[in-house]
Design a protein around this ligand. Structure first.
Ligand SMILES: [Zn+2]
Length: 628
């Protein structure tokens, strides 16, 4: 009898029926490599995962388990338990799929391998990868009665490779929509199991964007279970909900939960008992299929893992920044995020929020001035011009609630490839402004768009005026990059030769900056306009809106689009000015581009710039997990 046959017969031996969670409690050992709480595995640490694990067990008739979860709730360990159970107790072919092959490799090395080696009953069945011919490689693990294949949703070939009784699909919202023209990767993978009547398919993910989230669609097509816990005050069962958290002002140490029924407030220490007494209830009563759906947010994270106070803290940091808010909503509330697609910003309505100061006048709060320059280099001389907006900024210690003031907007006509028009900009740049406190304020930074038809002229201009804070920028719509990057050298001059003194171009994240600006405009509190701002100006400033599409690969992409026939130079200028301001903030300790008077003003404000910067650079304890 060879090893395969031996394994096959061992797999046939009758065993007492146990569930995934019972198996985990009995056999699992958490390694110090893969877990922050090493030792024997305890399912009572995450009581809400017991029922999903029961549904994944051979005794249950459920075929599909859908988990729509926030992060830090123990999802990875559930996946591990399911895998261990399928290897040790109910062997059969298993396919584990991560969004990409690289992620599958990482899972194999960092999460799976420690479990296989340190859980004795599994170590017996799968020898360590080092031994030759062990059948244990990074992407395939042979064990008596089956094989475990790890793969990535970006690899169509591997998803079609073999029949599998068990399928684990991790982070499905990050899978491509269509795989090399072969269709949906989830459908491709699930097809592997279609011949097994006792199949088990696990789908997990934090949700992403509304109407594009796969896990939300799967959850909606299930029995939709929610986790009800009894409040310590009156015992009434309820679903933990962020909107019930209460805190005083910005003091997150005062966070308490307000009972939905008796309105009494209790603190987080009640959580352990509440979770233990909690129960899943199906909310989709009509559902008759074989998919069990579970939804759970970050409020249920076990005591000591991720606290309610941290959740509030993250919320306060994210609330004015749509990019952060999206991540927070997805990973903490476990809800899909919805951009306000159609801009509700109406230019006419904005006329009403104009303030009393005149163009060129500096409001008292302003401590630095940043200019954004849009370059129109088209062929017709009538349209060739520079547009320059001057914005004043009042920083805020939190870094996000800073105020912006429109000071002035100028247009300089002329060909950007000729010197004349740049002389005009020089005149604008050398202006000084009287500050109501008595001093004189100069322009601290000037960001010039180099993405148009006059790229080299822009480089030349900016390189010569580096010392004045004049920088060349280029917009990028790639997600995940900083508001303004480090700056990269542009080494080639007109004739194609490498220059000795090369210029620098800064890549800016136009989408994230637009999110910030639109969020200010919407709140009407953090952005200010002088008394003579025109309706046309407002039309251009609000001339774009966020919209949603799918790209060629089927991934949802959210991006800004112009309103039909709408010029948007004023918006571009505003974005560039903000980018320049972001660079200033990065250089605050060195005060690189701040004029002396601006530095003095900064020192007089409450803003402790050094501390702000230091605390922002520090890695977050509970860092955001992003799926992008
Ligand atoms: Zn109560």
């Amino acid at each position: 009898m060879n090893a395969w046959e031996k394994g096959f017969f061992e797999g046939l031996k009758p065993q007492k029926l146990i569930t995934v969670n019972e198996w985990a409690d009995k056999y699992r050992v958490l390694s110090s490599r893969g877990s922050s709480e090493p030792g024997k595995f305890r399912t009572d640490r995450t009581p809400y995962l017991t029922e999903p694990m029961k549904e994944l067990s051979t005794g249950s008739l459920t075929q599909r388990v859908v988990l729509m979860l926030g992060s830090q709730l123990g999802k990875t360990e559930l996946m591990n338990n399911f895998t261990g159970y399928c290897i040790d107790f109910a062997p059969g072919a298993m396919l584990l799929c991560e969004p990409t092959l690289q992620m599958a490799a990482r899972l194999s090395k960092q999460r799976l391998e420690p479990m296989l080696q340190e859980t004795p009953c599994l170590a017996k069945k799968i020898p360590p990868p080092r031994s030759r011919d062990s059948g244990n490689s990074q992407f395939a693990k042979v064990f008596p009665g089956g094989v475990l294949i790890l793969t990535g949703a970006n690899s169509a070939a591997s998803l079609k490779s073999m029949p599998a009784k068990y399928i684990g699909l991790d982070e499905v919202d990050s899978y491509p929509g269509d795989l090399d023209g072969e269709g949906d990767p989830v459908a491709l993978a699930e097809k592997r199991a279609s011949t097994f009547t006792k199949r088990k398919i696990l789908l997990t993910s934090t949700p992403t964007i509304k109407d594009f989230s796969r896990i939300e669609a799967e959850y909606e097509n299930s029995d939709q279970r929610k986790f009800y816990v009894p409040a310590p005050c009156c015992g009434a069962f309820q679903v933990l909900n962020f909107d019930q958290l209460r805190w005083e002002d910005k003091d997150i140490n005062t966070v308490k939960y307000e009972c939905e029924v008796c309105k009494e407030r209790f603190d987080e220490t009640a959580k352990t008992t509440m979770l233990r007494k909690g129960e899943w209830r199906a909310t989709n009563k009509e559902y008759k299929g074989k998919t069990a759906g579970f939804w759970l947010n970050g409020l249920a994270s076990p005591y000591g893992w991720f606290s309610w106070a941290e959740m509030v803290e993250e919320f306060l940091k994210a609330k004015d920044d749509p990019a952060l808010m999206r991540t927070w909503t997805n990973t903490r509330k476990a809800e899909t995020f919805s951009y306000e697609y159609q801009s509700k910003l109406n230019a006419e309505a904005l006329l009403e929020i104009r303030e009393n100061y005149l163009p060129g006048e500096i409001p008292k709060e302003v401590v630095c001035l940043c200019m954004g320059v849009d370059v129109q280099g088209g062929m017709g001389s009538a349209t060739q011009r520079l547009e320059a907006s001057l914005w004043g900024f009042a920083p805020d210690p939190s870094g996000i609630a800073e105020q912006m003031y429109l000071i002035d907007h100028s247009v300089i006509y002329g060909d950007p490839n000729q010197a004349e028009v740049w002389k005009g900009l020089d005149i604008l740049l050398t202006q000084t402004f009287k500050h109501p406190d008595g001093g004189k304020l100069k322009i601290s930074s000037c960001a010039v768009d180099s993405g148009g038809l006059a790229t080299q002229s822009v480089y030349d201009y900016c390189t010569k005026r580096k010392g004045q804070g004049v920088i060349a920028i280029k917009g990028s719509s790639r997600g995940g990059v900083p508001l303004i990057g480090k700056g990269s050298r542009v080494d080639i001059n007109y004739s194609g030769r490498i220059k000795k003194k090369s210029g620098v171009v800064y890549i800016i994240n136009t989408e994230d900056i637009k999110d910030r600006i639109f969020s200010k405009i919407k709140s009407k509190e953090k952005i200010h306009f002088h008394a003579e701002t025109t309706e046309d100006y407002f039309k251009e400033l609000t001339g774009e809106y966020r919209t949603q599409k799918t790209n060629k690969k089927g991934y949802p992409v959210s991006t800004y689009e112009k309103k039909p026939n709408q010029a948007v130079e004023k918006l571009d200028c505003c974005v560039y000015a903000y980018a320049g301001y972001s660079l200033l903030l990065k250089t605050v300790p060195k005060g690189l581009f701040f004029t002396n008077y601006a530095k003095k003003l900064l020192n007089n404000t409450n803003l402790n710039t050094k501390n702000t910067l230091r605390s922002r650079q520090k890695p977050q304890k509970s860092s955001y997990v992003t799926n992008w």
